[in-house]
Ligand binder design. Structure first.
Ligand code: NAP
Ligand code: 3JN
Length: 338
């Protein structure tokens, strides 16, 4: 089997760390790895399959000789450096929002739109975590009943906000437990422990946040259907890992909960956990470190015709970020593009 030279850009970050683990766990055919980050990290080493790999400084020459690079170093770094990787012939799979809405860049969830990948499109965007887990569940339902409208509320864990987000929840919870003065938040605008913050990212003039508008715009592009209407409310919750979503859809054709369960049970990447009488439904703690998207609480909306509502949970650092990126690379290989 052919093996590939793989770069991880932002290797020292929360998502970068998961990318390295996914490459290892999924036994991605690696010939060599290169771990890249900022000047702050030069001198550090990271483990790959038991070996110490030095972290190198990201430069415009870093892509030379590489086959594929997984980027998770923020939008500006991606805007600055992805083009030089692509020019060197290296495929870039970027986790930031930098390229998602660019018409020349595919925005891909392998279960939904693998055919958007092509040889000549070297920069590929990985969608936002909240979008990914939602479209994995929407796709089989859309193919059967055509979704007209989606109303979604998210319950997003602090790991979506990186290492400072994780540190805020940990330090605030510890301080509360010890009866100490609450430390000032380092990442979020307010205390997150024992609280909910109905703001993720900054507000747009239309009253939605940028995170919410990502869900609207990315869903249309991935599903290849501009007519799907999406209204999102994104909320940060005091959970370390895994995002949860309450999703409501209105379909053109009738879709019973039984049919939805059947379609979702057969869909790749999904596990239906839906037995309310036994108290079985997905929860963020149970989804942690797992590679599936879990769906439960599937029921008809009693307030309107052709309405269906359900609950979706997935590990935001895996399917929402690192796993989807590695699956895109695997799909490039399966399609003989890489
Ligand atoms: P993080 O823990 O803060 O890590 C940031 C990483 O980027 C670190 O490795 C950092 O290197 C590197 N970096 C920052 N500036 C750099 C520069 N100028 N040159 C090279 N490397 C640089 O953040 P994270 O949670 O892993 O998230 C990273 C990015 O992934 C986010 O900004 C976002 O764009 C994307 N993300 C996407 C999703 C999604 O929904 N798919 C979810 C979360 C994050 P140093 O350690 O050297 O500073
Ligand atoms: O907050 C979350 O749960 C997900 C955050 C994603 C994120 C964080 C910082 C910058 C993104 C993203 O992937 O949309 C970005 C970005 O715009 O690149």
């Amino acid at each position: 089997m052919k093996k590939y030279k793989v770069a991880v850009v932002g290797a020292t970050g929360v998502v970068g760390n998961e990318m390295i683990k996914m490459l290892e766990e999924r036994n991605f055919p690696v010939e060599s790895v290169k771990f890249l980050a900022s000047a702050r990290s030069v001198g550090k080493t990271l483990k790959f399959k038991g070996k110490d790999i030095p972290v190198e400084l990201l430069t415009h020459d870093s892509g030379k000789g590489m086959d594929v690079a997984l980027f998770s170093a923020g939008g500006q770094t991606s805007k600055d450096f992805s083009p030089s990787f692509a020019k060197a012939g290296c495929f870039v799979i970027d986790n930031s929002s930098a390229w998602r809405m660019d018409d020349n860049c595919p925005l891909v969830v392998p279960e939904v739109n693998p055919d958007d990948l092509s040889k000549d499109k070297k920069i590929i965007a990985n969608p936002n975590c909240s979008t990914i887990q939602m479209v994995v569940a929407l796709k089989p339902l859309h193919d059967f009943a055509k979704i007209k409208r989606v109303v979604v509320s998210t319950y997003q864990s602090v790991s979506g906000a990186g290492s400072k987000g994780l540190a805020d929840l940990e330090s605030q919870t510890k301080a509360y437990g010890k009866g100490e003065k609450m430390p000032a938040p380092a990442k979020f605008p307010y205390q997150i422990a024992f609280n909910l913050i109905p703001q993720i990212d900054v507000f747009d003039p239309n009253g939605y946040t940028k995170e919410e508008m990502k869900m609207t715009n990315e869903t249309k592009k991935i599903m290849g259907d501009k007519s799907i209407l999406v209204s999102a409310t994104c909320v940060r919750v005091p959970v370390f890992r895994s995002h949860s979503e309450s999703v409501w859809i209105e379909t053109e054709k009738e879709l019973t909960p039984q049919k939805a369960k059947e379609l979702l049970s057969k869909a790749k990447g999904i596990e239906v956990m839906d037995d309310p009488e036994k108290g079985i439904y997905p929860m963020p703690l149970q989804a942690e470190n797992l590679q599936k998207t879990f769906v439960g609480r599937i029921r008809s909306d009693i307030s309107c015709a052709n309405g269906l509502t359900f609950w979706v949970v997935s590990d935001n650092l895996l399917k929402g970020a690192a796993l989807n990126a590695v699956e895109i690379a695997e799909m490039l290989i399966a399609k003989n593009i890489l």
